[in-house]
Design a protein around this ligand. Structure first.
Ligand code: AHR
Length: 492
């Protein structure tokens, strides 16, 4: 069955810019994300650049990820950065208490920052507030960024990096209402004031400070924390939210209702973002804006437990969810950064590895296909889209879409995802305005079944395919069930 609907994008009245940092990532010392996914040491069979696997570098470089958050997560407030610098043979072995696994410290600050350089991403370091000290966080900033002649900068030079790294993004703790110290908002605010004073003073004028915000079941944390920060609100550049998408059953074995639950979580993300953006605006006094970072999000299925190192497969469902979530993120002007959890082998990963093999997930391809949206200006949309009934009387439009005008005004990029599992739609699409736009290329991502996924045996089950633009009639654009389409237009 195919019904008809319309989508009208207005290119003459572009809205806010879609921050490229919305397409950032998060990698934690958890399961096989860092060890195996990135770091293989002197493995005899896995080709590597001084310990960092080459296939991971190549795959991530292609995505030009704007920013990568590290080392956690819960691990961050249990991590002491001095354990992970200097000669590797002398680094201490610890127990990673949250994820119940050994921590060899072979991958530390210099390895992470080198990795970021290799894949062309900006590092985001999350400091230890829960079990660390102010001086420990401050000295980490000195080691990374200082231009002064100090013992720590001499140590950095001796470790192979004479120039300061210039790390810009600094997280002040992680989930300090939970694994980061079970603090009250007031208690955390007192810690935050102290940490940020020394961290900012050492990390340099370009550094941005990211405070721990709420998760969806504890929204009151944000207001209480911001209230307790009165008089020092200028010390907060970003408030970080965490919102995971639960209830989707297992990674490969899920029902239609469980698919709908994952879609319903986009409404939750939308509500949470509205709340956090409005609140941070209200607390942005004296011209110092506080913006929102959603620095952990993504699907989390029942198979992903501490025992499995939070490993889960990634199906077409994850790709459609990611695409529709990005469309939602584009609409929130106060949202600056999002970091999907987590890059490799953990939760909604971009890449999966098994020994020497590596596979790109369907979610990886969404990141790749959506690159032209970054730094584009959002185009308003007029539509009459059908809705899908979800769970708990919730609804979502069957076609989720977004269109952006490139910064130079010379191209428009449109993405459309049909979230309906059964119905194809015929979309009558138009880009209105003074200019005429010509369709120059397009891609499609789909599979016969929503459960389909890429495996080590069939790594190309779900990959983008080029659309034959000569064949496309925008007045009768066919968008099949469970399919993502992207279209690039240039000035005619
Ligand atoms: O991403 C896995 C964990 O989820 C993170 O360590 C923590 O911050 C969150 O609860």
């Amino acid at each position: 069955m195919s019904s008809t609907c319309k989508l009208l994008f207005s290119a003459d009245v572009p809205q806010h810019t879609v921050s490229r940092y919305l397409y950032s990532q998060f990698a934690e010392h958890l399961g096989r994300c860092i060890y195996e996914g990135i770091w293989v040491g002197n493995h005899p069979k896995i080709p590597n650049d001084n310990g960092i696997r080459l296939d991971t570098i190549a795959a991530l470089k292609q995505l030009a990820l704007p920013c990568l958050r590290w080392p956690g997560g819960c691990f961050a407030d249990n991590y002491h950065w001095t354990d992970g610098v200097g000669p590797q043979a002398q680094r201490p072995r610890r127990h990673n208490m949250w994820w119940n696994q050994p921590e060899t410290n072979q991958f530390g600050t210099d390895e992470f920052l080198r990795f970021c350089g290799l894949i062309g991403t900006e590092p985001y370091l999350c400091t230890n507030v829960g079990s660390g000290t102010v001086e420990e966080a401050r000295s980490w900033a000195e080691y990374c960024n200082s231009t002064q002649d100090t013992t720590l900068t001499a140590m950095r030079k001796a470790n192979g990096h004479p120039e300061p790294y210039g790390v810009k993004w600094w997280g002040v703790g992680n989930e300090n209402w939970g694994c980061g110290g079970t603090m009250t908002p007031r208690h955390y605010a007192e810690h935050y004031r102290q940490f940020v004073t020394y961290l900012r003073g050492t990390a340099g004028p370009e550094a941005k400070m990211i405070a721990c915000g709420a998760h969806e079941n504890r929204p009151e944390w944000d207001e209480q924390f911001l209230d307790a920060m009165k008089g020092a609100l200028h010390q907060i550049d970003f408030l970080a939210m965490h919102t995971y998408s639960w209830g989707g059953g297992s990674d490969l074995d899920f029902s239609v209702d469980e698919y709908r639950k994952i879609l319903a979580s986009i409404n939750l993300l939308d509500r949470e973002l509205k709340r956090a953006v409005a609140l941070t605006r209200a607390y942005s006094y004296y011209g110092h804006p506080i913006r929102v970072a959603l620095d952990e999000w993504g699907t989390w299925y029942s198979v992903a437990t501490v025992q499995t190192g939070l490993y889960q497969q990634n199906t077409l469902r994850d790709a459609l969810f990611a695409a529709a979530a990005f469309h939602c993120f584009h609409r929130h002007e106060g949202l600056f950064m999002t970091n999907m959890a987590q890059t490799i082998n953990v939760l909604q990963s971009l890449l999966l590895t098994r020994g020497e093999q590596l596979v790109c997930t369907p979610t990886y391809h969404v990141f790749d296909m959506f690159q032209p949206h970054r730094e584009g200006r959002l185009l308003p949309c007029n539509s009459d889209l059908p809705v899908l009934d979800l769970v708990d009387s919730q609804q979502i439009t069957a076609i989720s879409s977004s269109a952006t005008l490139a910064a130079d005004g010379k191209s428009v990029f449109v993405s459309l995802v049909n979230l309906d599992l059964d119905n194809d739609y015929t979309v009558n699409m138009q880009i209105s305005g003074q200019d005429q736009w010509k369709l120059v290329s397009g891609q499609v991502l789909t599979a016969p079944d929503i459960h389909d996924h890429n495996t080590f045996e069939t790594p190309e089950q779900i990959v983008p395919a080029a659309l034959d633009v000569q064949m496309i009639d925008l007045k009768q654009l066919s968008v099949p069930a469970h399919t993502l389409i992207t279209l690039s237009f240039e000035l005619a």
